[in-house]
Design a protein around this ligand. Structure first.
Ligand SMILES: Cc1cc2nc3c(=O)[nH]c(=O)nc-3n(C[C@H](O)[C@H](O)[C@H](O)COP(=O)(O)O)c2cc1C
Length: 364
C-alpha cells in the first residue's frame, strides 16, 4: 500500500513525501518583485512545516507588464543571488523548491503593456489586452526561457510553467479569448502552439535533465472554454516533448460561479479535480499532481491507492496551518483546519488566513 509519506524519486529529485505546496501568491515581495525579509520568513515557515516540495507564488518573467502588487519576479540576473538564499534555506529543511513562472496577460491592471492572444475583454478583470504580434510572442517565449535558466542558476529544483487559471499561456488555449487566424489560433493544435513553443524554448535553455512542470486547467468551466479533451491533447503533446510532471487544476476568474481553481466547498466536494487528474494519470506516463480541495488525509491516501495520481498539492490549508504536514506525520490525522472560505485572497499586507488574524476567535 502506498503512503503519503513515501520517499519517491521525482524527475531526478528526491521527495521526502508526496505533498506539494501549490503555487500561492503572497504579496510579500517588494514593489519590483525582489525578495524581502517577510517573504523569506513565509517560505521558512513552510519549509519548516514539513511539506516535501514548495512551489513558489507566480513569478513574473518580464517587467514590461504591470505586476500584481508585491508579486515575485525573475526578469533579470539580479534575482539569482537573492533566490539562492531562498533555495539554500529550503534545502536545509530537505524541502524542494520549484519556481512558478508566469506572464499575466489580461489578468492584471492596465500597465505599460497588456497582452492577449486576441483583443477580447477579460470577463474577470474587465481589461482588454492588445492582440500580440509575432514579435511580442517571441519576446515572451524568450523571457520564459531566460527566467527558467535563472531559476536553474539560483538552484531551484525545477520550474513550473503557469498554463492555468486564465493567465497568458492559458488564454491562448481558450477559444473564447483566442480568435487568431494565424498559426496560434483555431484548432487546438494551433492554440497549443504558444505553450508548446514556450516549453521548447525553456527546455533548450535549461537542458534535458532539469525538471520542467506545468500547471494546467482540466477545463476552463466557462462558455467557449478549453475542453477536457483539449487539455489532454496539450498534456500528451508536452509529455512527448519531455515535460516532467503535470499539476491538474481548472477554471479562472472567467469561470462560472464557484467553478474556478479555489472553490468554496463542503466536505463531500473535496479533491474536486480528482476525476480529471485520475484520467490524465491513467493515460500519460509522467507524475500527476492533484490540486484543489485536498483536505482529508484518509481521502488522499485512498486516491493515491485507487488511481495513478501520485502527488497532492495544497494551497489554502497551508495558509491556515503551515505545519500541517508535520502534524499529519506526527500521527494527528485530523483533517486540515482550512474551511475553504477563500478570504485569504486579496487580503492587505500579503496573503493570510482571516481566522488566524488576532481579533478572530477560531470557530473550528
Ligand atoms: C491566496 C491564493 C493565491 C494563489 N496564488 C496562486 C499562484 O500564484 N499560482 C497558481 O498557480 N495558483 C495560485 N492559487 C491557486 C492554488 O494554487 C490552488 O490551485 C487552489 O487554491 C486550490 O487549492 P486549495 O484548495 O488547496 O487551496 C492561489 C490560491 C490562493 C488561495
Amino acid at each position: 500500500m502506498k503512503s503519503l509519506f513515501d520517499q519517491t524519486p521525482f524527475a531526478g529529485i528526491k521527495m521526502k513525501n508526496r505533498f506539494f505546496r501549490s503555487a500561492t501568491y503572497d504579496g510579500l515581495a517588494d514593489e519590483r518583485g525582489h525578495m524581502t525579509e517577510e517573504l523569506f520568513q513565509a517560505y521558512e515557515n513552510l519549509a519548516e512545516g514539513g511539506v516535501g516540495t514548495i512551489i513558489t507564488g507566480l513569478t513574473s518573467v518580464t517587467d514590461i507588464e504591470q505586476s500584481i502588487p508585491r508579486q515575485m519576479a525573475i526578469y533579470d540576473d539580479s534575482f539569482i543571488n537573492e533566490y539562492k538564499k531562498l533555495t539554500e534555506m529550503s534545502h536545509r529543511y530537505k524541502a524542494n523548491i520549484i519556481l512558478q513562472i508566469v506572464c499575466l496577460g489580461s489578468q492584471t491592471s492596465n500597465g505599460k503593456v497588456m497582452w492577449g492572444p486576441s483583443s477580447v475583454e477579460d470577463l474577470g478583470y474587465k481589461t482588454t489586452p492588445d492582440e500580440m504580434t509575432p514579435q511580442q510572442i517571441l519576446l515572451v517565449q524568450t523571457a520564459f526561457a531566460n527566467a527558467a535558466l535563472r531559476a536553474k542558476q539560483a538552484r531551484f529544483d525545477g520550474v513550473q510553467m503557469h498554463v492555468a487559471h486564465g493567465y497568458l499561456l492559458s488564454k491562448f488555449l481558450t477559444p473564447y479569448y483566442n480568435h487568431r487566424t494565424d498559426g496560434f489560433g483555431g484548432s487546438i493544435e494551433n492554440r497549443a502552439r504558444m505553450v508548446v513553443e514556450t516549453y521548447i524554448a525553456i527546455r533548450e535553455k535549461v537542458g534535458p535533465d532539469y525538471p520542467v512542470l506545468i500547471k494546467i486547467n482540466s477545463e476552463d468551466f466557462m462558455d467557449q472554454g478549453m475542453t477536457f479533451e483539449e487539455c489532454k491533447y496539450v498534456c500528451q503533446k508536452l509529455v512527448e516533448l519531455g515535460v516532467n510532471a503535470i499539476e491538474v487544476s481548472g477554471g479562472s476568474f472567467s469561470s462560472r460561479r464557484n467553478e474556478g481553481p479555489s472553490r468554496i466547498i463542503k466536505s463531500e466536494q473535496e479533491s474536486y479535480f480528482k476525476p480529471y487528474a485520475a484520467e490524465i494519470a491513467q493515460e500519460i506516463n509522467v507524475p500527476v499532481i492533484l490540486v484543489g480541495g485536498n483536505r482529508d488525509f484518509e481521502l488522499m491516501t485512498e486516491i493515491l491507492n485507487q488511481t495513478q495520481i501520485e502527488y497532492f498539492a495544497l494551497s489554502r490549508p497551508l495558509i491556515r496551518e503551515s505545519n500541517l504536514i508535520n502534524r499529519w506525520q506526527s500521527g494527528d490525522l485530523d483533517r486540515a483546519k482550512c474551511i475553504s472560505c477563500s478570504k485569504c485572497f486579496g487580503s492587505r499586507n500579503g496573503t493570510s488566513c482571516v481566522i488566524n488574524r488576532p481579533k478572530n476567535v477560531d470557530p473550528v
